[in-house]
Write a protein that binds this ligand. Structure first.
Ligand code: C2E
Ligand code: CA
Ligand code: CA
Length: 584
């Protein structure tokens, strides 16, 4: 029978037999079949030192030998080499069952019985070698795979602690480090750094530039602070520095200033100069805290509102925040709980003194928080989106109120009521259409309801606003620009918007009698408005001198405490009636 098994002729084969004849015979046989790396020994005591030098791929082992039996060697192989022990074919003249069982038990792979049958010897050797090399290959592959897995796991572990762009410690690493410090009761200060302008840079110059910027910033911060601090990345525009410096206020402020200064220097990236601004919130381990995470939150809470500034966490910051959160929650249900009402501030025609209109202003009185200023809750409602529902309520209420007054002839037929509309409302694609539909359903004459939009709001999204304003203008809904002069937009630009009223901001009016510059500004606005075909309303008129001055400049309308504060419905009607009497 011809074997198909691979020959493995370069295998290392060791023959151990105390009979030199047997050894010679087997070596000759192996050589004949092409095995090149075979050795034979007669003294079994040499096995041990030889194997320590190099493990053969196969051992042909006699059982009955002086000094050490084949069984002894099998036992030693098992204990010394375990899984790695080379396969052993036992050469034996005895065929006693016990001997064979003992050899098998000790790990012998096969048996060859003396005298040898050449063909059988070669076949068994081939088989043993084939199994051995197969196992060896599998084993090698397993080791390779295991190494690969270990490398990967290490890489992943490293990555999970690193920011992918800068390779600086990430959130997890920073938290772990801080937890370590807390465990050791080591002092630590946290600088939570909010970078301003990163998003703009990415939008303007692309993400490659913003990544390059991160790397530049990393290098700069490490250069200045690596010896005393850990610099890490919380997310793209929030970084964190942890220092072990003393926690005295002076030290903290010096460090914060140094960080701000370091960030403020311009960066040049691919011939582009970019600047970053930052704010820093600080907390430290001497502050009462529950965990590393909590300390971090304190630093984040301490972030000041303005750039190039830093602030140390104080409990009052959290109180303010808590208050804001409570106010937010209260605001969400204020409309359903009917806590809102409108007050009305008269608008006076300057030369005649007639009440020709009013501005509806929103009021909120909460059952426990009391009166809340619109200057506080309107921005909040704008942030949360609540302003949309509230704004709708204001318009609905104003329309109904005006209908009532007109029917009862409590105001003149050309009376105009203005409502404030925030930019979120105005830039809704359906704002103008909805308002026009509502006005159609009302019995109000055209132009009776006016819309006031702040200049800054308009500038926030001019194109969307322009579309809505056009539609309103086409249907004769007057639009006033509120707080005019504070939004830094040019008059020439505003000319391109379909507006019919400019309201000069209170800031200019209140200083008109003392500041010549404000007076000139008011004058210019009134002149230009006239050229555009707009009328002007002066806000915040508190003194008769201001009213007189404005009248002289040709300002059409005035509104302010000098005439009347915003009034509740009944008082407003009384005010109108009293004026009417005065005029008659
Ligand atoms: P605004 O539209 O500029 O309203 C004028 C503010 O000036 C009102 O404050 C008014 O009470 C106050 N004021 C009137 N005359 C004088 C005066 O002679 N001197 C002084 N010092 N102040 C005067 P208020 O009612 O607190 O409203 C503040 C702001 O809240 C308003 O500014 C407006 O932007 C916003 N707001 C009020 N109601 C609404 C509303 O229904 N919707 C929207 N979106 N915003 C509103
Ligand atoms: Ca207004
Ligand atoms: Ca205003």
């Amino acid at each position: 029978m011809q074997s198909t098994a691979p020959l493995h002729t370069d295998a290392n084969i060791l023959v151990v037999d105390d009979s030199p004849v047997n050894v010679k015979l087997l070596l000759a046989l192996l050589e004949h079949y092409g095995y090149r790396n075979c050795q034979g020994i007669n003294d079994p005591r040499w096995v041990e030192p030889m194997l320590e030098e190099q493990l053969p791929d196969l051992i042909l082992l006699d059982i009955n030998m002086p000094h050490l039996s084949g069984h002894d060697i099998l036992a030693w192989l098992k204990t010394r080499w375990g899984e790695q022990a080379p396969p052993v074919i036992v050469l034996t003249a005895q065929t006693s069952r016990d001997t064979r069982m003992q050899a098998l038990d000790l790990g012998a792979r096969d048996f060859l019985t003396k005298p040898f049958d050449q063909q059988e010897v070669m076949q068994r050797i081939r088989n043993a070698l084939q199994v051995h090399f197969l196992l060896k290959e599998r084993n090698d592959r397993a080791i390779l795979l295991q190494n690969l897995v270990e490398e990967r796991t290490a890489a992943i572990a490293r990555l999970s602690l690193e920011d992918p762009v800068t390779a600086l410690p990430n959130r997890r690493a920073l938290l772990a480090q801080l937890e370590g410090r807390l465990r050791e009761k080591a002092p630590a200060a946290l600088y939570f750094i909010a970078l301003e302008g990163v998003d703009d840079i990415a939008r303007l110059h692309g993400y490659a530039t913003s990544e390059a910027l991160s790397l530049h910033l990393r290098d700069r911060l490490l250069e200045h602070f690596a010896s005393q601090a850990t610099v890490g990345v919380w997310n793209t525009n929030k970084w964190l520095m942890i220092t072990q410096q003393p926690l005295a206020r002076g030290e903290l402020s010096n460090q914060a200033r140094a960080i701000l200064h370091c960030i403020a220097q311009p960066f040049s990236i691919d011939q582009v100069q970019v600047r970053l601004d930052a704010r820093i919130g600080i907390s430290h381990t001497a502050m009462p805290h529950q965990s590393a995470d909590h300390l971090l939150r304190l630093a984040a809470l301490a972030l000041p509102d303005t750039a190039a500034e830093w602030r140390l966490y104080q409990s009052s910051i959290e109180d303010t925040l808590q208050k804001r959160i409570r106010l937010h929650e209260a605001l969400r249900v204020a409309l359903d709980n009917q806590e809102f009402f409108l007050v009305y501030q008269p608008k006076i025609e300057l030369p005649s003194g007639r009440v020709v209109g009013a501005e509806a202003l929103l009021r909120w009185v909460h059952p426990t928080l009391g009166f809340v200023s619109p200057a506080d809750f309107i921005p909040m409602a704008e942030d949360s989106g609540e302003i949309l529902r509230i704004g709708e309520w204001v318009i609905e209420h104003a329309i109904r109120q005006l209908e009532e007054w007109l029917i009862a002839r409590q105001v003149s037929p050309d009376f105009r009521l203005a409502v404030n509309v925030s930019v979120q409302q105005l830039t809704r694609p359906d704002f103008a259409r909805n308002l026009l539909n509502r006005l159609l359903r009302s019995r109000l004459p055209a132009g009776a309801l006016e819309v006031e939009v702040t200049e800054s709001g308009l500038m926030e999204n001019v194109e969307l606003a322009r579309e809505q304003l056009r539609l309103l203008a086409r249907h004769s809904v007057p639009v006033a620009i509120d707080d005019f002069g504070t939004g830094h937009s040019s008059l020439a630009y505003l000319k391109t918007l379909p507006v019919s009223v400019l309201k000069i901001d209170r800031a200019f009016v209140s200083n008109m009698d003392t500041e010549p510059q404000d007076r000139r500004l008011a004058e210019t606005v009134i002149d230009m408005a006239r050229n555009f075909g707009c009328i002007t309303v002066a806000e915040g008129v508190e003194k008769p001198e201001q009213a007189e001055m404005l009248r002289g400049m040709g300002c059409e309308l005035a509104q302010g405490y000098w005439y009347s504060p915003p009034l509740k419905v009944e008082q407003f009607i009384e005010f109108c009636a009293a004026r009417q009497l005065e005029m008659a």
